[in-house]
Write a protein that binds this ligand. Structure first.
Ligand SMILES: Cc1cc2nc3c(=O)[nH]c(=O)nc-3n(C[C@H](O)[C@H](O)[C@H](O)COP(=O)(O)OP(=O)(O)OC[C@H]3O[C@@H](n4cnc5c(N)ncnc54)[C@H](O)[C@@H]3O)c2cc1C
Length: 400
């Protein structure tokens, strides 16, 4: 088996790396720095326009919906290079794969090109105050009224809701049915009357995490729905089948490169810092214990990368994966925690100082990464729940 990239793929990687060198300017980075709540600036938008003109956005998506009809591996190569500078070019979240699989032709044409060019942004409206890991317990109600649904209830931890154009949400449409069978997915415009968004500030908010932080989002949200009336045409898939559509979207999103990509810049930042800095006059890179630790982490990152490539090739072949996405969703966040803990051990107490402190290292980047690494083990399916999926679907063990 050959794990290497083909000559064409290596050429693509070089091309992207060269483009980044030329086009990701300090002005772009400054805009990213000041736009952690999702707002963009003209330099960033111009960069994304160029990336799109190169055909590097949505490489693996079908051409008729704005993509390139190319391979996932090519898309991954582009995403990996951009991850090195902390820029995401692929992530349309779990809504896009769900629409590709279950959407009507009209929905595919309405949403997919916009999700690619950034004119449509989805917030993910799954979690509720009483339904997180136990998502099937969700209570937000959508009641059918002729050709409309009327939504009442609350969503929680709805990241991006304050700038999203739509919320891709799960609602309970049949309270009498077994829990998984009475849920429907709706694609609701955020400007529909009756929707209120309230900020939920995260641990990364004060002081705001610097660009490049793993899960540096300073804000997520609570979203309230009061008699929100929308057409049944906003329904994705069949009524009361939303659980299966949503789970499929989450699974496909998990096997994207997104989990591994989080570690690319974080791990390289640490290795570079160790190479370039001394503590008490001693080069950290010369210390055998540190070298050993970093080599171990690098190997872990390669395992993560290979798991990602394997999942992508399964999806490309026939999409028949069962536990692989869950395994990635355990490995990648736990690798993140180990990496950020290791840098804390190497750098000692200074690694814990946040930006704003005179002694903070790299503007508090490592301290924010440490906090962020714990979040990534919870959101999008917690590592405990993922382990349960691996046990049942991968190992055939009985439900716990
Ligand atoms: C920063 C951030 C952003 C988020 N963004 C979004 C978003 O955009 N949209 C969205 O819908 N949600 C979002 N979430 C919510 C996230 O998906 C939930 O936090 C997650 O599903 C866990 O739910 P909970 O917080 O209610 O914890 P709980 O469900 O109360 O779980 C608490 C702990 O108990 C463990 N646990 C629970 N049940 C079991 C079990 N049966 N077996 C073993 N362990 C179990 C969990 O693994 C977890 O560690 C976000 C969360 C965070 C932290």
């Amino acid at each position: 088996m050959d794990f290497g990239l083909s000559t064409e793929q290596e050429a693509l990687r070089d091309d992207v790396a060269h483009f980044i060198k030329e086009n990701v300017t300090p002005a772009v980075m400054a805009e990213l720095e000041s736009s952690l709540e999702g707002g963009r600036g003209p330099n960033y938008d111009a960069l994304m326009q160029k990336v799109s003109e190169r055909g590097w956005v949505g490489i693996s998506w079908p051409k008729e919906y704005g993509g390139q009809g190319g391979s996932r591996i090519d898309q991954y190569i582009v995403e990996e290079e951009f991850a090195r500078v902390g820029i995401g070019v692929g992530g349309a979240g779990s809504g896009a794969p769900a629409i590709l699989m279950a959407g009507t032709e009209e929905q595919k044409k309405e949403f997919l090109p916009g999700l690619l060019n950034g004119s449509i942004i989805f917030a993910l409206g799954f979690t509720e105050p009483q339904a997180g890991a136990d998502l099937a317990g969700l209570q937000c109600r959508a009641v059918r009224d002729g050709d409309d649904f009327v939504i009442n209830g609350q969503k929680m931890y709805t990241s991006a809701a304050h700038y999203a154009t739509h919320i891709y949400m799960m609602c309970r449409t049949d309270p009498e049915a077994p829990r998984h069978k009475g849920i429907t997915i709706l694609l609701v415009p955020m400007d529909t009357p009756g929707i209120t968004v309230r900020p939920l500030w995260t641990i990364q908010n004060d002081p705001p995490a610097p660009v490049g932080t793993t899960y540096g989002m300073p804000r997520t949200n609570e979203v309230f729905f009061e008699d929100v009336r929308i057409s049944v045409s906003t329904m994705l898939g069949e009524e009361n089948q939303g659980w299966y559509v949503g789970a499929m979207g989450l699974n496909l999103d998990r096997v994207g490169a997104s989990r591994y990509l989080i570690s690319v810049r974080r791990d390289e930042d640490i290795i570079n810092w160790v190479k370039e800095n001394k503590v008490d006059g001693h080069s950290l890179a010369d210390d055998p214990a540190i070298r050993d630790k970093l080599a171990e982490l690098w190997i872990e990152a390669q395992v993560c990368r290979l798991m990602t490539l394997r999942s992508m090739s399964i999806v490309e072949r026939d999409g028949n994966f069962t536990y692989e996405g869950a395994a990635e969703k355990v490995w990648a966040p736990e690798h993140g925690v180990r990496t950020t803990e290791t840098i804390s051990q190497i750098l000692g107490p200074y690694a814990q100082l946040l930006n704003g402190s005179e002694e903070a290292i790299e503007d508090g980047l490592f301290a924010h990464n440490l906090m962020g690494s714990f979040q990534s083990g919870i959101n999008h399916g917690s590592v405990q729940v993922m382990r349960d999926q691996m046990a049942r679907r991968g190992l055939g063990l009985p439900r716990g």
